[in-house]
Design a protein around this ligand. Structure first.
Ligand code: PLP
Length: 391
């Protein structure tokens, strides 16, 4: 199976094409079933062909796809109100992807800085972070591989080690130009590293003390993935800015940047925009997705099944000499091995299991949030089989 040369060569693709999906299962052209433990990289939280999503798509496609943000869009307003009610944030800007949602956050931080009289506003970001592939977001990311060749990078980012509050405190003392912190509650692409509660609580405190914006990148952790609608809801405070995308539309491209308190009035007419952002189609499908995630107990299921899978992985793999650490926050799970293990992705595919390996040696599992106990057992069996001859 080869990819047409008419497609730019930006992805190393696996030798499979899926023709349909149902729940947590994908089927190839020969009708072979694959347990999808990746959800299109944390997108299809409701799995594949969920009836509520299909219904919203069909209804809205027959009614109206796109108008423009020059006009009122009632589904956009309903989605905004529902998400603000769920999160406690004040308002939201809709776009089409995670990188765009972070671009809006970065622009808000700069506006905030300029309003305070800081001419060269800096944003504090972290080692191993991933915020996207646009020029500003790859500059904010902490991974040389995605930056190399695209210099000059966007200026205005200062970097600290992740989960190291003392380092942030030192930077705070020495850099008067910092206006915001941009951080992932769990670094997904960076290897499923979970920030400690003390780190995130400490960042909130430091942001208050220094009048910085706390900006959470919840592109991957949002929309139920960690067992709360947003990962910050495991804490008792609100961020000032929050970006999300991925699971918000269950496969329809949609992203969002939320603001609260002093950040909520930063953007005015003409400051930001998007032709497609928040259009009737995307927001109707996202509204059906969000409603189902919350009202049908899917987020609660993610919390329960996340615990179940983490315990199961620890029981089955905890004492294997080649397993360094097993980490999990809801249905964001990582198994760190003692050496690079990219070859496991192809092996898993052969046995009908879709996984991902990130940061070289971390098996990343991001199953649909609707996964049942029986399916979780099948996933555990699959991982067991996959690692049975790994040494
Ligand atoms: N931020 C985080 C935390 C992500 O995980 C990703 C994608 O993996 C992005 C931003 C970029 O999102 P997108 O690919 O939709 O631009």
């Amino acid at each position: 199976m080869s990819t047409s040369t008419a497609i730019m060569n930006t992805y190393a693709r696996l030798p499979v094409e899926f023709s349909r999906g149902q729940g947590i299962w994908l089927y190839d052209q020969h009708n072979k079933a694959y347990l999808d433990a990746l959800s299109g990289i944390a997108v299809c939280g409701l799995g594949h062909a969920h009836p509520a999503v299909t219904e919203a798509i069909c209804r809205q496609a027959g009614q109206l796809l796109h108008t423009s943000n020059l006009y009122h869009i009632s589904s956009q307003q309903r989605l905004a109100e529902r998400l603000c009610a769920i999160s406690g944030m004040d308002n939201v800007f809709f776009c089409n992807s995670g990188a765009e949602a972070n671009e809006a956050a970065i622009k808000m931080a700069r506006l905030f800085g300029h309003k305070k009289g800081i001419d060269i506003p800096n944003i504090l970001v972290f080692d191993h972070a991933f915020h996207g592939r646009t020029l500003a977001t790859l500059s904010a990311s902490g991974n040389r591989k995605i930056q190399a060749g695209f210099e000059p990078l966007t200026k205005g980012f200062v970097r600290a080690p992740y989960d190291d509050l003392a380092a942030v405190e030192t930077i705070a003392k020495n850099n008067p130009n910092i206006v915001a912190v941009l951080v992932e509650p769990v670094q997904g692409e960076g290897g499923v590293h979970i920030a400690s509660a003390a780190f995130l609580d400490g960042l909130r405190r430091l942001c208050d003390e220094h009048d910085w914006l706390l900006m959470l990148d919840e592109v991957q952790t949002g929309n139920g993935r960690t067992g709360q609608y947003f990962a910050f809801q495991h804490h008792d405070w609100l961020p000032d800015v929050l970006s999300t995308a991925k699971g918000l539309g269950n496969g329809i491209p949609v992203g969002a940047t939320f603001a609260h308190g002093k950040a909520a009035g930063l953007f005015g007419p003409g400051n930001h925009g998007s032709t497609f952002g928040g259009n009737p189609f995307a927001t109707s499908v996202a509204l059906a997705t969000v409603t189902t995630l919350v009202d049908d107990g899917v987020v609660a299921n993610a919390a329960q099944m996340g615990d179940y899978l983490l315990k199961g992985l620890q029981q089955r793999l905890g004492d294997k000499p080649f397993v360094r650490q097993i980490r999990g926050h809801g249905l964001m799970l990582g198994i760190e091995l003692n050496r690079d293990c990219g070859e496991l992705v192809g092996k898993a595919l052969e046995q009908g299991l879709l996984i991902n390996v990130t940061a070289g040696s971390v098996i990343r599992l991001l199953p649909p949030l609707i996964i049942s106990t029986d399916e979780a057992d099948q996933l555990l069996d699959g991982i067991d089989r996959l690692l049975s001859d790994f040494s």
